[in-house]
Design a protein around this ligand. Sequence first.
Ligand code: GDP
Length: 472
Amino acid sequence: NDLASLMDVSVNEVISVCMGLGMFVSINQRLDAEAITIIADEFNYEVEFTKTDEEESEIKEEENPEVLEDRAPIVTIMGHVDHGKTSLLDYIRRSKVTHGEAGGITQHIGAYDVETSDGHKIAFLDTPGHEAFTAMRARGAKITDVAIIVIAADDNVMPQTKEAINHAQVAGVPMIFAINKIDKPNANPDKIKEELANMNLLVEDWGGKYQSQEISAKTGVGVDELLEKVLLEAEILELKANPNKNAVGTVVEASLDRGRGYVSTIMVQAGTLRVGDVILAGQHYGRVKAMFDHIGKKVEVAGPSTPVQVLGLGGAPQAGDVFKVYDTEREAREIANSREQIQREQSLRTKKHITLDEIGRRLAIGSFKELNIIIKGDVDGSVEALSDSLLKLSKDEVKVNIIHQGVGQISESDVLLASASDAIILGFQVRPSANAKRLAEQEEIEIRHYSIIYDAINQIKDAIEGMLEPEF
Ligand code: GDP
């Protein structure tokens, strides 16, 4: 999507070129430098890489094994609503975080880290649900090492459970199943294991490869064992990072605080961050004025797998943005400026109103959920038929609304309505009046003409499918 936007071609064109090259890509897929160069070449563009592109790879940079040290796993908790994600995060925080910090008030800063009784550290991302996970992944962030999938033992494997499992699988992140609420009299953990088995996810005590743990986020039963299993999984992954270099990591959340300015929670993934360092995240840079941990305690340094709140950035970066330390403020400023310019150019190219080609681009930004359509036709019967079929294209992810339909020429008032409601206009065997045509050009309203109902349905269907978030 970004590449299409930079070259000012439609996303579909880029996707079809990729397919021609044997690459099956989705709209928000990250492409490596080589792929970008080859694809751009197909469109007669030459690619020049700036630091902006280089640094994304820096977190997973291959390093001399001698400089690497073990780091704590970073865990995300996902699952169906009401199955106990928040309760589990809260229980772990309450019971583990204040370790030796009596009186410390835990704050929700988007992440926290705990120390198990035998001295191992685990970092948790504190935004339950896979939306945050997916949003970050869409931005290219690889922050989660292990996913805990919470399933309530008094319920079933639910749609969002399946979604969470899919997201973890697609991301290649190992899962541990936490079968929750076993304190409840009607809890039936075996039923959950059976449902998982039916999905080809056989848990360990049934002879499979997936770790699972029965827990109660309410009483705390099984939570220690769950954390041990996280550590076991982490051990297999051999998580390592070089702590002795400039810090690099990912933004977890950011906001503007009245008293303190821009406050960003970041997860250091490699290197060590220090007060006074110049950091750049997204388009924003600044010198770290102060750092705090999740209980609000001031810290001077933060090593790999440590979440910290940072003061000093000149703006609020987005969750999932990579952050990195630079040696000089000048360097950081230059990159920030070039990123800002790229974004300005991209937003200039973003159309004012929706078009079928624009749909994919908007979806990738994450805001597109509804397609508004106005239908005008020559006879009532075909307008009805078209409208009925288009309505049936609605899906959970994208809803099709017919905001107006009628017989006759496409009029100025149709265009104004389209403009006010960000709709496209479909003309079936009819054309716009001269004034309507002019207005449509001025307002950048897309008018599509059809004489075969089937063609109209297919085109809209393709557009919607192109804009659907990939389904697994
Ligand atoms: P989330 O939507 O997945 O974050 O779920 P919550 O953590 O908000 O939990 C939903 C409800 O289930 C709340 O009323 C919790 O008190 C309750 N709950 C969560 N875990 C347990 C548990 O282990 N046992 C019992 N009995 N209730 C639980």
